[in-house]
Design a protein around this ligand. Structure first.
Ligand code: NAG
Ligand code: NAG
Ligand code: NAG
Length: 545
């Protein structure tokens, strides 16, 4: 209008242009001066490990790209969280705690949006943050509230029974909360159940663990919910528990049984713990001292016995069984050993009896041989006798011849003398022959006698052997009988009696043999005497013995 007026007044025009520029500059300054930094009236709630945005922006929107932008924590030293100058972050001034965790949205700066992103939020990040633009002298604050909720649903368990009401006591537990959450119990219709105040425990990273108990009774749906939440946020988690329809019926009908069961369960758990303790203790004491000392330890020994039958009783049992089985084995072995020995003995007896039989046969054959020998001896002795008789006759003839010869020489009858001489020579020759024959016969008889003696010795030896065998057999039989006395008395007695009979008979046989032998010997000796007596009558030159 005025500035567009160009009819010959240039100064006015220049002044007009300048005034426009000044106006624009003033307008810009005014506008900047009018812009406010806006943070967040509501605290920013951050969960553990979250990436969050702390909001801060100029309202109305003004380009903040070239300006100095500061995010600080006034309570910290150094207080700088994130500082931007000429579009670059000044990392040197930054607090250690925020290194690598902060960033600003460069694209948003021209829109006056100077919000800051903070990643991996932790408990120590909670506090009041200041966003500040020094050139504009504007600042804003953002509260960061650390809050943590469990990522998993709460754990609901049956903690016991209420004997008075007949209800069931439920427990709900949830960990990883900050600040303390509230715990709500709801029935299937979403109605709140009255429960006591929750117990809270502070755990690691400043996080709380809450637990709550409630006693519930039969409801239309038998369904119960435990809800854990931060009451002014949406952070919530819950678990529903459902009981079977007959649970409460059963429970109300025979609550005592369930109580009993529960009690016994608890007792079992207790005893289990006790048993573990005792097992552990036993293990310790085993290495330290003898078992016998343990019995006097504590008057809870009965409980120990109850709870660790496998430890004490089983061991004892095992020991007994082991001993019994050992005994059994031993007796079995003994029985087998006895049977084996018995068999061996019976075999031995059989062998001995066989040997004895053989020996007896041998004795018999020897005795028959001896008899033959005796017979031969007798015959040769007879022959010897007859020979001696012949010799005796011949000698007498020879004597008569000699006498007639002598008479012949006395009468000097040559022919008679010659005849007598001839007879004498013949007689002498006969005598000679007889003597020779007698000698050989005598030798024969001697041999016979020697043979007889040898045979007799053999028979004697055999008989002695038989005697020995019988004795050993008897001993063996006796030992077998004593062994079998109890188990096989009848058999043993019958067999032994038969054997004794046999023995007796064999003894009789041998006695008979001896008798016969003795008789033969007597005979031989008588004959010898006879022979000797007769031989004395024979001239010394011709005596065979
Ligand atoms: C939170 O900080 C503690 C040290 O104060 C650290 O041990 C933990 O790892 C941090 N948690 C997370 C999710 O970064
Ligand atoms: C600022 O930028 C962030 C990131 O893009 C966005 O989430 C936020 O809504 C913005 N604030 C405003 C006021 O536009
Ligand atoms: C919930 O609100 C109360 C005030 O009503 C406040 O003190 C508390 O810090 C808030 N909790 C969370 C998790 O925001």
């Amino acid at each position: 209008m005025m500035m567009l007026n160009t009819d010959g007044k240039p100064l006015k025009t220049h002044l007009g242009t300048l005034s426009v520029l000044v106006f624009l500059l003033l307008l810009t300054n005014y506008c900047r001066g009018q812009s406010q930094l806006i943070g967040s009236s509501q605290p920013i709630v951050a969960n553990l490990g979250d990436d969050i945005i702390l909001p801060c922006y100029l309202e109305p929107a003004v380009n903040a790209a070239g300006l100095t932008l500061e995010w600080t924590r006034p309570d910290m030293d150094p207080r700088f969280v994130h500082v931007m100058r000429s579009g670059r972050e000044m990392v040197d001034k930054k607090h250690q705690l925020f290194k690598g965790r902060t960033s600003m949205f460069t694209d948003e700066l021209k829109n006056g949006n100077i919000s800051m992103k903070l990643s991996n939020v932790n408990f120590s990040d909670r506090g009041k943050y200041r966003c500040f633009i020094p050139e504009l002298g504007r600042q804003a604050f953002v509260q960061l509230v650390f809050a943590s909720g469990s990522s998993s649903p709460p754990v609901v368990s049956l903690s016991g029974l209420d004997g008075q009401s007949g209800g069931v006591v439920l427990q709900c537990e949830s960990a990883g909360w900050y600040p303390e959450p509230e715990v709500l119990w709801l029935d299937a219709e979403g109605k709140l159940l009255s429960a006591g105040p929750p117990e809270t425990v502070r755990g690691p990273y400043e996080l709380y663990t809450v637990s709550s108990r409630v006693t519930v009774e039969k409801r239309p749906s038998n369904s119960f919910t435990c809800r854990v939440q931060h009451h002014n946020t949406t952070r919530t988690t819950q678990t529903q528990i459902h009981f079977p329809d007959d649970f409460f019926k059963l429970q109300s009908r025979s609550s005592s049984i369930i109580i009993g069961l529960a009690v016994s369960l608890a007792v079992c758990i207790l005893l289990l713990a006790v048993s573990f303790f005792f097992l552990w203790r036993e293990h310790i004491f085993k290495t330290k001292r003898k078992r016998s000392d343990e019995d006097q330890f504590l008057n809870e020994g009965e409980r120990v016995q109850l709870m660790k039958p496998d430890a004490v009783q089983m061991e004892a049992l095992k020991g007994n069984v082991g001993k019994k089985s050992k005994k059994k084995n031993q007796s079995e072995q003994q029985l087998l050993e006895e049977q084996r020995r018995r068999k061996d003995a019976e075999k031995e007896v059989q062998t001995l009896e066989e040997q004895l039989q053989n020996k007896k046969k041998e004795v018999e054959s020897k005795q028959s041989e001896l008899q033959d020998l005796h017979a031969e001896k007798q015959r040769s002795e007879k022959e010897l006798q007859s020979l001696k008789g012949d010799l005796w006759n011949k000698n007498r003839e020879l004597g008569r011849i000699q006498r007639s010869l002598n008479s012949v020489s006395r009468y000097d009858q040559t022919s008679e003398r010659e005849e007598e001489q001839k007879k004498k020579a013949e007689a002498e020759q006969e005598v000679d022959t007889l003597e020779k024959e007698l000698e050989s016969r005598q030798k024969e008889t001697d041999t016979n006698i020697t043979e007889c003696e040898v045979k007799e010795a053999e028979v004697q030896q055999l008989q002695e052997e038989v005697q020995r065998m019988e004795t050993s057999l008897q001993t063996l039989m006796e030992s077998i009988n004593t062994e079998l006395e109890r188990s096989r008395a009848a058999e043993a007695s019958s067999s032994s009696s038969s054997r004794f009979k046999q023995k007796r008979s064999s003894r009789n046989e041998s006695q008979e043999d001896q008798k016969r032998r003795e008789e033969a010997e007597t005979e031989v000796s008588i004959l010898k005497e006879k022979l000797q007596n007769e031989s004395r009558e024979i001239p010394p030159s011709s005596r065979p013995l």
